[in-house]
Design a protein around this ligand. Structure first.
Ligand code: C5P
Ligand code: C5P
Ligand code: ZN
Length: 477
């Protein structure tokens, strides 16, 4: 084996073992998760397999459980590569491995279940935080680098270009939610910068810098609420009109990317001053500036140019049963798949804003240690977690307790999503444990990360689940 200079040395041995195993396979079944991180994981892994000359097929699963793993086992593949899931279901996967159904190779960042397997690349096994320092796409990227080094492929194709997709996955998993990426994620960013596919800049930390007209950019930037601008269209317009910056071109509003560096500086400073004058506290004002990850090879002014906008575009496909569309975009389709993705994005945006409105209108129920809501059939189960996370800090929803959300899956099953915050995790919150133990206590199953986790439970067990979850959170905090 050649020595792969993988970007995260602690994972080198695991990456090489996984790569070596894959290179022995006749063909590989690649299974991945249906969200932005799962799609980018699949895109990174499938590109790496292709470049290494390995035949493969890709499948997506909403959730990996006994049934979906049994379905995978029935396919006639000797090697199955799981990306962005697999660790949490290691017990079930290991049973299939022992039965000789397939050899698993796992590149994941979820909390592993209690079982062992040989080809397992997961940051948590080497003391790297899987919720904040490396995503599924990051794990797939480390594997891709090892594959490039060991496959005998043209060494100019060292797979560093795939770092851009890995960063989209990390940002999509909210790993930059405090303003920038950390730890192993930074090493991946450095690879992408060196390869010329990524650029990191300190910039205004609001969503939509590539695509939104300026007033909308400011009006909808709700992370830091600025009175007179946030959710205030007229306020945002008059704020922009009062500046000594030409914010329109040919009568239409410019976007952030259309401004010069000086103009951006002027708008950003004025925004900070405005926030100070309206009494926004200093720690929140700090959050107005953050690191932006730009995909240099994508066209300026498109969703694809900005890691955060790109990841939302991907969620808009995969969480609506169109993972094929998102994957095609990741793999370079800028024609019909990209057009379809943009349509799906409009639909996704509408669903998110309606979902948050629904939560604000119906409110949450507060227990001793957590708050929860049951959206029944009103919110799609594949996006209820995103909405739960976004609703924290909205009207009537606290950021001082974790939030649990229910959505109807079908007549028999209810989907549960849990979301916390960085400060709650520092105080001991681990939602992966809460979701796993509370769901198992009522006949379901779940897992995930400390700050964000999910479960499926039998319909009708919601209240019993809340009792267990409330008690476990109480013990943790
Ligand atoms: O399955 P996967 O790991 O890809 O999903 C992670 C989920 O956790 C994403 O939906 C992401 O939005 C959420 N998350 C969060 N806050 C964080 C970290 C992750 O809401 N700080
Ligand atoms: O579905 P949701 O966005 O709430 O998922 C949050 C996190 O919990 C994701 O990382 C997801 O993979 C994980 N999860 C899990 N088992 C489930 C449901 C979600 O590990 N049954
Ligand atoms: Zn992930």
């Amino acid at each position: 084996m050649a020595l792969a200079d993988v970007p995260v040395p602690k994972l080198q041995a695991r990456a090489e073992a996984c790569a070596e195993r894959l290179l022995q396979a006749d063909r590989v079944l690649l299974a991945s998760h249906i969200d932005a991180d799962g799609l980018t994981s699949a895109a990174v892994a499938s590109t790496a397999l292709e470049r290494a000359g390995l035949p493969f097929e890709t499948v997506f699963e909403k959730q990996l459980d006994a049934d979906s793993i049994a379905g995978i086992a029935e396919r006639d593949y000797d090697t199955v590569l799981f990306t962005d899931f697999g660790s949490g279901q290691l017990d079930i996967i290991a049973d299939h491995e022992q039965a000789g159904d397939f050899i698993p190779v796992i590149a994941d960042h979820h909390q592993p279940a209690d079982a062992e397997t040989e080809f397992h690349l997961n940051p948590l096994l080497e003391g790297i935080d899987g919720a904040s320092e490396m995503s599924g796409a990051g794990a797939a990227y480390v594997l891709a680098r090892a594959l490039a080094a060991n496959s005998g492929q043209d060494e100019r194709l060292d797979n560093r270009d795939l770092a851009a997709l890995a960063v989209v996955g990390a940002v999509g998993d909210m790993q930059a939610s405090d303003g920038e990426l950390h730890g192993a994620n930074e090493d991946i960013v450095a690879d992408g910068v060196e390869a010329g596919v990524l650029e990191e800049t300190k910039d205004l930390a609001v969503y939509g810098k590539q695509t939104r007209p300026l007033p909308k950019l400011l009006e909808f930037a709700s992370d830091v609420r600025i009175p007179g601008i946030t959710n205030d269209e007229r306020g945002a317009v008059s704020f922009l009109d009062d500046l000594d910056v030409e914010c329109r071109a040919d009568g239409a509003w410019k976007r952030w990317v259309d401004l010069t560096d000086d103009e951006r500086q002027t708008v950003a400073s004025a925004l900070v001053q405005h926030a100070v004058s309206r009494g926004v506290p200093a720690f929140k004002i700090d959050r107005l500036v953050g690191t932006t990850y730009v995909l240099r090879e994508e066209e300026v002014g498109t969703e694809l140019r900005d890691a955060s906008e790109f990841s939302t575009l991907l969620n808009a496909t995969a969480r609506y049963e169109r993972a094929d569309v998102g994957l095609a975009v990741c793999l370079g389709d800028r024609g019909s798949a990209y057009d379809r993705a943009k349509e799906l994005l409009r639909n996704h945006r509408r669903n998110l804003s309606e979902g948050i409105e629904w939560v604000e209108e119906h409110g949450v129920t507060t227990e001793d240690h957590l708050q929860w809501f049951d959206s029944g059939e009103e919110i799609r189960e594949t996006i209820v977690g995103i909405i739960a996370g976004m609703s924290m800090g909205a009207d009537g929803v606290s950021r001082d307790m974790p939030i649990v959300a229910f959505a109807r899956k079908n007549d028999e099953e209810t989907k549960v999503s849990g979301r916390g915050t960085g400060p709650l995790v520092s105080q001991g919150l681990d939602l992966s444990v809460v979701m796993r133990e509370a769901s198992q206590a009522v006949g379901g199953d779940g897992g995930g990360h400390d700050v964000a986790a999910g479960a499926t439970i039998p319909a009708g067990e919601e209240e019993a689940f809340i009792d267990h979850a409330d008690r476990i959170v109480g013990e943790q905090l």
